[in-house]
Design a protein around this ligand. Structure first.
Ligand SMILES: [Zn+2]
Length: 317
């Protein structure tokens, strides 16, 4: 795994391969607010949701909440139910063996593009580990309420442009990530099963744990991308010019071979050009009840989301 600390001073790119020419798209970066970010994180980490475990009754109001948020922003909302039988098919496992939760749901906000057969998928999981015996509730503020902030904020920003994107964009809140990427695996499997010849997923962008940093003075995020598509790196470098320093972006080149510990993996397996945003390293509260909202670095979350938006708008407008 090759990691390069990227600094602004060394970047000078000619963006010949990036088709970002729509000057009519207005600047919507001020749509992102830390107030909204906090509202989302503090809402999702409430005790009553019992750590948002996939398939548990306590997480059903979270699903409802996500549906309402997408609807409020102005998107068509799809609640995608996933049954055990579907999952056995999606994961290619025999009928006996693993027991999946009874019913899990992806929540999807959709905006149709001028070419509806090509889709861009943006995703973050909302589920977490639930309540563990002897340990208590796992609130999962960084993992992954932070990613949901990015997801919803990007949806808001895209809507605020008032423009129709080139491609249909699906903002997907995945369920069941912590139980083996259930929601994203199911989505990809189902999509390929039902696709027509002219359909394609042209990009995937994932957020998982983007709310904390080991270097608070100079917050850092990791940008991982499918190395079969080097233009993704060019776009990142171009978009970073718009984000005020200090802000470090660690570049983490990945093979599009399906390997990876988060929801980008099923997309990677299909060699879809993907971008994955994540922490530079796992913090000591990872998968612990101490992953709480007060520990988030709100400015880092904001900068990460704004950079991701800069990339997304170059991909879809
Ligand atoms: Zn996670």
């Amino acid at each position: 795994m090759k990691k390069i600390i990227y600094t602004l001073s060394v970047v000078f790119m000619i963006m010949a391969n990036v088709a970002y020419a729509n000057n009519n798209v207005k600047d919507v970066k001020d749509i992102y607010t830390t107030e909204y970010a906090k509202e989302i994180v503090y809402f999702l980490t409430q005790k009553k949701f019992m750590g948002r475990e996939a398939g548990k009754k306590a997480s059903l109001p979270v699903i409802k909440f996500l549906e309402n948020e997408f609807a409020k922003i102005g998107y068509e909302v799809i609640k995608q139910p996933i049954t055990s039988a579907d999952l056995y098919e999606a994961k290619g496992e025999p009928k006996k063996g693993t027991v999946y939760p009874n019913m899990i749901y992806n929540v999807i906000g959709k905006i149709e593009g001028s070419d509806p057969n090509k889709i861009v998928v943006v995703g973050a999981h909302f589920d977490h580990l639930g309540k563990k015996k002897g340990l208590g509730i796992h609130p999962g503020a960084d993992d992954n309420a932070s990613g949901i902030v990015a997801l919803l904020s990007l949806a808001k920003m895209m809507k605020a442009t008032g423009c129709t994107p080139k491609y249909t964009v699906l903002f997907c809140a995945w369920d069941g990530e912590e139980k083996g990427l259930l929601g994203s695996r199911y989505f990809v499997h189902n999509w390929y099963k039902n696709r027509t010849q002219t359909d394609s997923i042209v990009h995937y962008m994932n957020f998982d744990m983007v709310g904390r940093t080991a270097t608070p003075e100079n917050p850092t995020v990791t940008f991982a991308w499918n190395n079969n598509y080097p233009y993704l790196l060019d776009i990142c470098k171009e978009a970073q010019k718009e984000i005020p320093a200090p802000f470090n972006v660690i570049l983490d080149e990945r093979k599009g071979d399906g390997k990876g510990g988060s929801d980008y993996a099923p997309f990677s397996k299909k060699d879809i050009p993907f971008i994955a945003w994540m922490e530079e390293e796992l913090h000591s509260d990872y998968h612990k009840p101490t992953d709480t909202p007060d520990k988030l670095h709100w400015e880092k979350l904001k900068k990460t989301t704004l950079l991701a938006y800069g990339i997304l708008e170059r991909l879809v407008f």
